[in-house]
Ligand binder design. Structure first.
Ligand code: ADP
Ligand code: MG
Length: 255
């Protein structure tokens, strides 16, 4: 099922950037080097997979790509422009959307209200914001939860609301940090079917962090593998899958 989402409202953050890049990023937390000289490039039409064991540095890298963490060295560029010093708000306005591993929703507000406030921030009228938000909830398959309070939602539905909010801003790139964690195989497959459609339906590139290898290999155009903060592989899924270093460090252990 392919559902077309309305064109972005005129005041949205949509930008034309076709390439989003990390260039030689390192992040040091005191004595710990969380990321060491990592470079990657996400293209607008792609679903790009970022994988690696727990503690590999995936979330820290996403934080660097969204202004939540300043790299100790290296830089992030959007369509070639250096983003050094940009705040999370500036990244968001330039078309970079993200989700978080946990929550960050207004717990005392309903699902619809949580999504509506994001739509309202685009400068839409109350009525337009509600319609636009409902359309997004429908696309994600959670319209029936519109009137539920976010505080009472299962963890997995919270994640869907987070995705709705991120996509509503019509980003050029959206970064999804383990959106399917804790989901059943069926829930995960349903969500990943939607993730696959994001570049086409929403016109943005996707960076996806996900542990399930079956899902990652079936979905991603390109995969980047981190281990201990270092890149151990980057390439098309079918090549990375066969890489002996990846098999030894990660796939073998996860199988
Ligand atoms: N704010 C922080 N301060 C200190 N250490 C951190 C911080 N954030 C992450 N780390 C450490 O950096 C490493 C990478 O963490 P993270 O990026 O969360 O990995 P992943 O998302 O791949 O599981 C881990 O060793 C983690 O404990
Ligand atoms: Mg993480």
């Amino acid at each position: 099922m392919t559902v077309q989402i309305s064109d972005p409202p005129p005041s949205s953050a949509a930008v034309d950037a076709a390439v989003f890049r990390a260039e030689n990023i390192s992040v040091q937390f005191g004595g710990l080097k969380a990321i060491s000289e990592v470079s990657l490039e996400v293209e607008r039409h792609q679903v790009f997979g970022l994988i690696g064991p727990n503690g590999a540095g995936k979330t820290t890298l996403v934080n660097c790509l969204t202004g939540f963490q300043r790299p100790t060295a290296g830089k992030v560029t959007l369509a070639g422009a250096d983003t050094t010093g940009w705040s999370p708000t500036r990244f968001r306005k330039a078309g970079i959307g993200r989700t978080f591993q946990a929550g960050r929703l207004f717990r005392d507000m309903t699902v619809l209200e949580n999504v509506e406030v994001t739509a309202a921030a685009l400068g839409l009228s109350r009525r337009q914001a509600r319609l636009y938000a409902m359309e997004m909830l429908g696309w994600l398959g959670i319209a029936h939860d519109a009137e539920r309070l976010c505080g009472g939602l299962p963890y997995t539905d919270e994640r869907r609301v987070g995705i709705a909010r991120a996509l509503l801003l019509k980003p050029a790139f959206v970064l999804l940090d383990e959106p399917a964690a804790g989901m059943s195989d069926h829930e995960c497959d349903t969500l990943m079917h939607l993730v696959r459609e994001i570049p086409k339906v929403h016109g943005c590139g996707v960076l996806l962090i996900e542990h399930n290898m079956r899902v990652i290999m079936g979905l991603c155009d390109r995969i980047h593998v981190l281990d201990g903060g270092r890149t151990i592989a980057d390439g098309p899924a079918r090549e990375v899958q066969k890489d002996p270093t990846v098999i030894a460090a990660y796939l073998g252990a996860a199988a």
